[in-house]
Design a protein around this ligand. Structure first.
Ligand SMILES: [Zn+2]
Length: 268
């Protein structure tokens, strides 16, 4: 009986494969969720808003960078003087962010549009924060332009909250280093990338990797940690911080070490 009561009252202690957490995006208290689902970067582990570890870790990093403390999105102060943009952000937090802050989600293919490889001077020095989660691995080369432009978009003191999958060793591997004039064609259910280089040479690639989600999801590169930090530093970002900590009360528990959120600040 005693054992039964213990397991009834504290199910996650009695069942180590389960855990309970509060979602820092919607505030919902999730009980007895399979640990392996919570620890999966992409699985929808909040039963209410369907947030994944990646989404919760982005909001955690944003909270720390904007407010210096770890608060849930429903408790973010309402402050429309804080301006920010997302790059094809997940609607699950984008809508809440736009209620709290002067935040706009932007897209590559639809309004409000943002092409991070081609910004105009009027867009510079405008934002307190930019969220870019799993976007930069899809940007056509040279990717350093996108890092430089992200820095230009920010106000001095503004922060980039950034995720991409990355390897911990080596340097970034570009899949299509000479990309110039390219198109993707499908033949017999197989996709090919046909590229004409700047020198007029035709290249055909058939080993394409597409990620899930909307928009342009062709993987252009596999970043590495070292190359990423170098890109950020070259684009004059400072105070670069990797958010690798586990915040188990918010269901942020890492079993991988290749995609932690990174915060990087523009100082001048
Ligand atoms: Zn949630």
């Amino acid at each position: 009986m005693k054992q039964f009561l213990k397991s009834f009252l504290k199910p996650t202690e009695a069942h180590p494969e389960l855990l309970s957490f509060q979602c820092n995006i919607c505030g919902h208290f999730n009980e007895d969720i399979a640990k392996k689902i919570v620890k999966s970067r992409e699985e929808q582990s909040c039963q209410h808003c369907k947030s994944s570890l990646r989404m919760r870790s982005v909001i955690y990093a944003l909270s720390m960078e904007l407010f210096g403390k770890n608060i849930i999105l429903p408790d973010f102060p309402e402050d429309k003087t804080v301006t920010g943009i997302g790059m094809s952000d997940w609607e699950g937090y984008a809508e809440l962010l736009s209620k709290k802050l002067d935040y706009t989600n932007t897209y590559y293919h639809q309004e409000p549009k943002l092409d991070i490889t081609d910004i105009i001077p009027e867009q510079e020095n405008k934002y307190d924060f930019i969220i870019s989660t799993d976007v930069f691995e899809h940007i056509p080369p040279p990717v350093e332009v996108a890092f430089i432009n992200a820095q230009r978009l920010l106000k001095p003191g503004g922060v980039l909250i950034f995720t991409v999958p990355y390897m911990n060793e080596g340097i970034t591997k570009e899949h299509f280093p000479d990309l110039h004039d390219f198109r993707i064609v499908t033949h017999k259910n197989k996709s090919f990338l046909i590229n004409i280089t700047k020198d007029g040479e035709e290249q055909v690639f058939d080993d394409l990797i597409f990620h899930g989600g909307n928009g342009f999801t062709l993987e252009m590169r596999i970043f590495t940690k070292k190359s990423l930090l170098k890109e950020l530093e070259s684009a004059k970002f400072e105070h670069i911080k990797i958010y690798s900590d586990n915040i188990s009360k918010f269901g942020i528990i890492w079993q991988i070490s290749w995609a932690f959120p990174i915060a990087a600040r523009k100082i001048i």
